[in-house]
Design a protein around this ligand. Structure first.
Ligand code: ADP
Ligand code: MG
Length: 263
């Protein structure tokens, strides 16, 4: 099972869209995919037409039950989506209280990792969506994953947020004595604007190695897809945006060939 986290401490940069799009593309390749929403805003659930506040269980309950988890109880916190092969572990607003209530307890940073290990043979791919704040949820997401995808809007102010995210990964990696592998993904690229090209140039200069040498274009199909509660890969498979996410997927798989077997 492959686990990727999509993170950036800035909001509105395309994290949730990247999770849904990559998830959809993986499903189209016959993979069993689980998305984990760790953002208390629960945008990923709403995107897919799931109102998690109405569900009996969510990621929050999993955190509370962490001492007694088994594969079957982890599965109880997962719901199917309207796309076959695509499941969701939903977030709820209650998650926002975790930092205060449980943040200081020993081992809190590894709950998600342990839970996902229990269901290792049930999914081929897990994609974790993150809130735009560094707290116990993002710490869990980073600790659980093998690779981090950092979407960054190709716009000058967003680059500052990227610096912060990269520093966070360095600091967390140092404290855990690991080095996180990550890929920066330029998003919402509008080739007609000079600002977008300038931001892309800056990214190339600052992050050559970790930068995906391509872009996700600005594409209105993404917003339409979310209104239809479908991953863009299923809503508009031949759109420019989906083609770009498919290229990203190829690139990420090639970067770590041992993790996913496509069949
Ligand atoms: N490539 C894109 N082109 C156009 N709109 C996009 C693109 N990616 C995301 N969006 C839109 O931008 C908004 C923010 O994206 P979202 O994925 O929710 O960001 P985040 O999760 O980082 O807050 C959403 O309305 C989404 O539909
Ligand atoms: Mg989001």
């Amino acid at each position: 099972m492959k686990i990727w986290t999509i993170a950036n401490q800035k909001g509105g940069v395309g994290k949730t869209t990247t999770v849904a799009s990559l998830a959809g593309s993986f499903v189209k390749r016959g993979q069993r995919v689980l998305m984990v929403d760790t953002d208390p805003h629960a945008s990923l659930g709403y995107y897919l037409g799931i109102d998690s506040e109405q569900l009996p269980s969510s990621l929050y309950n999993l955190f509370l039950a962490n001492k007694t988890l088994t594969a079957d109880t982890v599965q109880m916190h997962i719901v199917p989506t309207n796309v076959e092969g695509l499941d969701l572990m939903p977030a709820t607003m209650a998650l926002a209280t975790l930092d205060r209530s449980l943040g200081h307890q020993e081992g809190m940073g590894l709950i998600l990792k342990k839970a996902l290990q229990l269901i290792e043979d049930r999914y081929d791919v897990v994609l974790i969506d993150c809130p735009p704040v560094l707290g116990v949820l993002m710490v869990n997401a980073l600790a659980a994953s093998e690779h981090i995808i950092v979407p960054v809007q190709t716009e000058f102010l967003a680059l500052k947020g990227l610096d912060r995210m990269v520093k966070t990964m360095l600091l967390m990696g140092r404290s855990k004595k690991v080095s996180y592998s990550y890929t920066i993904v330029p998003t919402m690229f509008d080739k007609r604007t000079r600002a977008a090209s300038a931001a892309l140039l800056q990214l190339t200069q600052d992050y050559n190695e970790e930068l995906w040498q391509d872009v996700i274009p600005v594409d209105t199909k993404f917003r339409d897809a979310s209104l239809s509660h479908l991953p863009a890969s299923h809503y508009a498979p031949s759109s420019r945006g989906v083609k770009a996410y498919n290229r990203l997927l190829e690139y990420l798989i090639a970067k770590e060939p041992s993790h996913v077997k496509l069949g």
